[in-house]
Design a protein around this ligand. Structure first.
Ligand SMILES: [Fe+2]
Ligand SMILES: [Fe+2]
Length: 319
């Protein structure tokens, strides 16, 4: 890349561990379309790639300049994706974007043919600010489908682990703490909170055994099937007979976790907060809803995209 020499370099090795990812995100968010920077690290920053993809979307390029064994350097460049799409198209794909345009007084109906860049220029607004708010809208089931369905299965399996399994592992201890605390403090007046804490413990226990099964057995086999299909090779029948068997088990476990979340929703009357709810009470309910959204998207990707495709793949490549 001709511009590499002029790019700023972020030395990640000198940052405190907890500051590494936030600092990289800060640098990324400050980029204008077309701009980039280099990250310098002492291990492969691949997990960051998935995190960036999950949280900011497919709006950057990732180019290794050095790949170990001691030093890894990657150029991250922000793409000018929204340049190509008109505001009307952006809203058609995801109506929630309309809210952001409304806030900045950008006309997305009659003026919808303009690009974001043009509309911002006319209004004297910095397009980077608007772009950041647009990309902060999380992927939803309806808008995410088209993309995920076209993804390579190995890539999708890695994405699920790096985004959704990682999220669950981070959120579970926090939520266990919150749900236990509010059950303890408010359980006398709100006995349903004791039930909520129990249901959440069930979810935590289920996921703690569920995710490693996917990571150690099912997903590696899916990757093996995918690689064989790409190379035109055949695969031996696995020890578990057919992929349908572990998939049936995973789907049953998904249903169980979904059922626990439904029970929490019913017990809390759709997370309605009582008048005497304290700060932790509020945060616990907000976080539980965030957890529910993430788990439903996670299960959607597995049940509706990854698993059916893997079953079809097995039919194709099994000896
Ligand atoms: Fe999973
Ligand atoms: Fe799963």
């Amino acid at each position: 890349m001709a511009t590499t020499a002029t790019l700023d370099m972020l030395d990640v090795t000198v940052l405190e561990p907890r500051m590494k990812h936030p600092t990289i995100f800060e640098w990324f968010d400050a980029l204008r379309a077309g701009e980039g920077f280099i990250i310098h690290n002492d291990h492969d920053p691949k997990p960051l790639y998935y995190q960036l993809l999950g949280e900011r979307g497919n709006i950057f390029t990732w180019e290794y300049l050095q790949q170990g064994p001691e030093i890894w350097e990657v150029t991250i460049t922000k793409l000018a994706l929204t340049d190509k799409e008109s505001i009307g198209e952006l809203v058609a794909k995801d109506f929630r974007k309309a809210q952001v345009f409304k806030k900045y007084g950008i006309d997305f109906c009659c003026g919808g043919k303009k690009t974001l860049e043009q509309a911002c220029q006319e209004k004297g607004i910095n397009p980077v600010t608007v772009e950041q708010e647009l990309s902060a809208i999380p992927e939803s089931n309806t808008t995410g489908d088209t993309d995920f369905k076209t993804w390579d299965l190995t890539f999708l399996a890695d994405y699920i682990v790096n985004i959704h399994h990682k999220y669950a592992r981070e959120a579970i201890p926090t939520l266990q703490e919150y749900t236990t605390k509010i059950a303890h403090v408010h359980g006398a007046h709100h006995p349903e909170l004791v039930q909520v804490a129990k249901h959440f413990t069930n979810i935590a226990n289920e996921l703690e055994s569920h995710m490693p099964k996917e990571e150690r057995v099912l997903f590696p086999f899916i990757k093996q099937l995918n690689a064989a299909s790409q190379k035109g090779e055949k695969v031996d029948r696995p020890a578990f007979g057919s992929i349908q068997n572990p998939i049936n088990m995973m789907e049953m476990e998904h249903e169980a976790a979904g059922g626990e979340l439904e029970a929490i929703r019913a017990l809390t009357n759709n997370y309605a907060l009582p008048a005497d709810a304290c700060g932790t009470y509020r945060v616990a309910f907000a976080k539980l809803q965030e957890f529910e959204t993430d788990l439903f998207q996670h299960i959607h990707l597995e049940n509706n995209i990854l698993f059916p495709k893997a079953i079809a793949l097995e039919k194709e490549v099994l000896k």
